[in-house]
Design a protein. Structure first.
Length: 220
């Protein structure tokens, strides 16, 4: 999975890559599996072929991304519904890289059971299974502390269809959690577990035949 963000030069442009990885530490017999996110600074659009000095001027110092700050806080608070932070490295690109001395950051967290949910899989499941997932999501989400994903997306829900185990991921754009906020069913809509409007359903692939609409017009 790759994502490129660029802009008008007001802040660094970067590319993100997410990879499965495995520990080589002999102490754990190489069995520890993880997910590694790599954030690498890239030149601004149109400057990719500029000379070394020009590209070097764009370099920014390594910094702690919001996701790292959130994962460190969640680990410190022993939040068990978020994959555990295993390690990180904040460094610089070498002189031969695309942005000499530009930031290069690695974040590794534990691989947890299950796979990211998809709209296709969720919306073809029977109503009983969908309700089970919604109930589990509510229970899981209410265990978050300090931080929450700022943008809802069903793919941020890691679910094991066999055991029912669930985790929340996707803290790249995390925001502080309102401690006093009560549960709101609109979170189901934000995470694509309920369709909040007929117009929005054009983005869904709903194949289940046992859906129903409530008094708000939401489709369950």
């Amino acid at each position: 999975m790759h994502e490129i963000e660029s802009n008008d030069g007001t802040r660094a442009a970067y590319v993100l890559g997410t990879f499965r990885c495995q520990s080589t530490d002999g102490n754990d017999d190489g069995k520890k599996l993880g997910i590694m996110k790599v954030c690498k600074q890239i030149p601004f659009v149109g400057t990719e072929l500029y000379d070394y000095e020009h590209r070097k001027q764009q370099a920014v110092e390594p910094y702690e991304p919001t996701e790292l700050i959130a994962l460190k806080a969640l680990k410190r608070r022993r939040c068990v519904v978020v994959p555990e932070l295993l390690g990180y490295r904040l460094t610089k690109q070498d002189a031969m890289e695309i942005v000499p001395e530009g930031c290069l950051m690695y974040i590794v967290w534990k691989q947890v059971p299950g796979e990211p949910l998809t709209q296709e899989a969720f919306w073809q499941a029977p109503l009983a299974e969908r309700n089970k997932i919604r109930s589990r999501f509510r229970h899981t989400y209410q265990q978050l502390v300090e931080y929450e994903p700022s943008i809802g997306d069903i793919r941020k829900i890691i679910y094991d269809w066999i055991t029912g185990e669930m985790h929340i991921c996707g803290f790249w754009d995390a925001e502080l959690l309102d401690r006093d906020a009560e549960w709101d069913d609109y979170l189901f809509v934000q995470f694509d577990l309920v369709s909040g409007s007929k117009s929005g359903e054009r983005y869904f692939n709903i194949t289940a035949t046992d859906t129903y609409h409530d008094e708000k017009g939401w489709r369950w």
